[in-house]
Design a protein around this ligand. Structure first.
Ligand code: ADP
Ligand code: MG
Length: 294
């Protein structure tokens, strides 16, 4: 018979060791990357190729589209687009994770928050409602991704669109921009928003991803803007016709033209974001909603 306090485990397994293992199991670590930027700048193209490249390496990746256009994951899912969280909520009835999570290329788990009916309601509030629903469904604990990529519209950083950088959702925030003035302006707004939520102690500004447009002196313009934000350009993605060729076939470049130079660029970008982001514990956790005041 064992005496009190004795376990059936080998003597080399200490109590402290067991506690560490339990801790690791209950506080699961994952990378949580938010990709912001002006509408049309290339967030979804960039996010989808990054997600695909990380999944190709064997990581479990989830991409969450936070844009009322709801087209974030189209290159990953092809014609099998998932129903948006908000649409499913409007439809009523019991909502299940399978209804809103679609499996895309290399098994990337794809979610689209969606938006309100055109002309009705507030897109920011919609994002918040969708996040609350994902949390209610325990999406992160059930899906257990290694990396989450939030693809977020960044023209307006109202409370709703700021959601991914609050309350412990995203840890590392990157902004896609070109050398064009309006996209740099949006990038600056986002860096200010991240700084504004510094009190939350959670999200941090990771830097700019240059999605090149061929503007004169583009590299210098982007680098100078990054420096003004107290940050830096972490990667320059070249403009390439391979992107449109693959888009026409509803695929990422990583899957649609895997041997192309552009696919290699996206793989290198994915590795850069992976290396710059932190593998931290926690997942979705809705605190008191600051939220959108409109
Ligand atoms: P966003 O998600 O920011 O609204 P998208 O990712 O949908 O923008 O991209 C807008 C358009 O820009 C798409 O038609 C896409 O094919 C094109 N695009 C994005 N990045 C590149 C690139 N590096 N080279 C060529 N075209 C690109
Ligand atoms: Mg998009």
């Amino acid at each position: 018979m064992r005496s009190a306090g004795e376990t059936c485990l080998p003597a080399s397994v200490t109590r402290a060791g067991i506690n560490l293992i339990i801790q690791a199991v209950i506080t699961r670590c994952m990378r949580r990357i938010a990709v912001y930027g002006k509408g049309g700048i290339g967030k979804s193209t960039t996010s989808s190729n990054v997600s695909d490249a990380l999944a190709e390496k064997g990581l479990r990746v989830m991409q969450i589209g936070c844009d009322p256009k709801a087209d974030s994951t189209r290159l990953l899912t092809g014609t099998e687009r998932p129903a948006t969280v908000l649409q499913k909520m409007r439809d009523g009835g019991e909502l299940e994770l399978d209804d809103i999570v679609a499996e895309g290329r290399h098994g990337v788990l794809c979610v689209e928050c969606g938006g309100p009916r055109p002309g009705m309601g507030c897109a920011g509030r919609g994002i918040m409602a969708a996040f609350a629903e994902l949390e209610r469904l325990d999406a992160m604990d059930v899906c257990r991704p290694d990396v989450i990529v939030y693809d977020v519209l960044g023209d307006v950083v109202c409370g709703g669109f700021a959601m991914p950088i609050r309350n412990g959702y995203a840890r590392d925030v990157f902004v896609v921009t070109s050398g064009e003035m309006m996209s740099l302006y949006a990038a600056n707004n986002i860096s200010e928003a991240v700084a504004g939520f510094r009190e939350d102690g959670y999200a941090r500004f990771g830097g700019l991803i240059q999605n090149s447009r061929g503007v004169a002196g583009e590299d210098g313009l982007v680098d100078a803007a990054a420096a003004e934000m107290g940050s830096r350009t972490v990667y320059r993605v070249p403009r390439s016709p391979a992107v449109q060729e693959c888009e026409a076939r509803l695929t990422t470049v990583v899957s649609g033209a895997p041997d192309s130079a552009q696919a290699e660029e996206y793989r290198r970008l994915a590795q850069t974001l992976y290396d710059l982001s932190e593998d931290v514990a926690g997942a979705m956790r809705l605190g008191p909603l600051g939220g959108c005041d409109c």
